[in-house]
Design a protein around this ligand. Structure first.
Ligand code: 6CS
Length: 339
């Protein structure tokens, strides 16, 4: 979404880049941080906490760029890689196109549904904290953290109680091949689209379904353009915060520590912030549109969706080879450690 407004902002950013990122720790710098959601959505709440920590604990300032101000997710990633932005939040749903191993977050039923286990996994995972940073570094990115954003549910026009109900449903997915594979295996017609096109595509009938975590279904009013929410427990939405690597490596030790502390402080906050958020969001949807059907499938109903997960995992290994196998094995070991 390259609007004239976002082009103008971008030109301004490029002009200011040289001045803003002088690598002198002692000098007050202005850092730029873009994310894929609005300020009051999970990524925006995280970014606000990060900004607050930096500004309370240093002379630096952080300017936040919510979704749409600088374009789509792919645009902000390009800008971060080019050093126009110092920080970016991009979920693996999009990064999977750049770093294939990041698609591991789309192997259905890999992440636990239990919130305590899930949070412990994100806190302690070696795959996330030790292995993924090397892969992101190869793309010029310093991976600072990953955190969950809530259980992903589908929204469709018709009820879904079994994979056959997805037959012929044009289902929007984020732009990564493994997510396409999941919905293929479940019998839908997956349609990768950037986020900015989803509401309009549902409204005009170009697509008939999409998936996202509860808070996002509510805040972006997905319920206005679909009639049924179906939760099958197949995933929790993961996102990642990164810095431009050259910028981060050029910071003094004190500023690197400041950034790490801000990341940790916002991480602790965002996990706490999300407790109960899924249920509250689904309740708000019901209040806004009482006729909206919200179906949480039983274990038995989920079984055919779960049975197909093995095929998606095999495709992940085909796509990523040894490197993906190592990540998957480590994730499974990290997950057993928190069970
Ligand atoms: O579905 C998407 O594309 C979006 N979903 C979330 C929860 N955050 C950002 C992303 O662009």
């Amino acid at each position: 979404m390259r609007t004239t407004k976002s082009k103008t902002i971008l030109r301004g950013l490029m002009l200011g880049t040289a001045l803003a990122v002088l690598p002198l720790s002692a000098q007050a710098a202005e850092w730029r941080y873009a994310f894929e959601e609005a300020l009051n959505e999970v990524q925006g709440v995280y970014a606000t906490k990060f900004k607050e920590y930096i500004e309370e604990n240093s002379d630096h300032s952080v300017t936040l760029y919510p979704f749409g101000t600088l374009g789509e997710s792919a645009d902000i990633m390009e800008q971060a890689q080019a050093g126009i932005l110092q920080f970016v939040d991009q979920s693996p749903g999009f990064t999977g196109a750049l770093i294939p191993e990041a698609q591991v977050f789309f192997v259905p039923y890999l992440l636990p549904q239990d919130e305590g286990q899930l949070f412990d996994f994100f806190r302690t995972s070696k795959a996330i904290n030790e292995m993924f940073p090397e892969l992101y570094a190869q793309q010029g990115l310093e991976l600072l953290t990953m955190f969950p954003e809530g259980e992903v549910c589908m929204t469709t026009q018709e009820p879904v109680t079994k994979p056959e109900d997805l037959n012929e449903v044009k289902f929007r997915v984020m732009t990564n091949p493994l997510l396409v594979e999941s919905y293929n295996v479940w019998g839908a017609t997956p349609t990768p689209l950037p986020w900015g096109e989803v509401y309009g595509a549902l409204q005009t009938g170009i697509i008939q379904g999409q998936e996202n975590p509860g808070f996002f279904l509510e805040s972006t009013k997905m319920y206005e353009v679909t009639d049924v929410i179906t939760c099958i427990g197949h995933n929790n939405f993961t996102t990642a915060v990164m810095a431009n690597k050259q910028f981060f490596d050029g910071l003094g030790a004190e500023d690197q520590e400041l950034v790490q502390n801000a990341i940790q402080s916002a991480f602790d906050y965002i996990l706490e912030y999300q407790k109960g958020l899924q249920d509250e969001s689904l309740a708000k949807i019901k209040e806004a549109k009482p006729e909206m059907q919200i179906n949480v499938l039983s274990e038995e109903q989920r079984k055919p969706f779960m049975d197909a997960a093995g095929e998606v995992e095999a495709t992940f290994i085909e796509m990523t080879g040894d490197s993906g196998q190592k990540i998957l094995d480590q994730m499974k070991a990290d997950l057993s450690a928190v069970e």
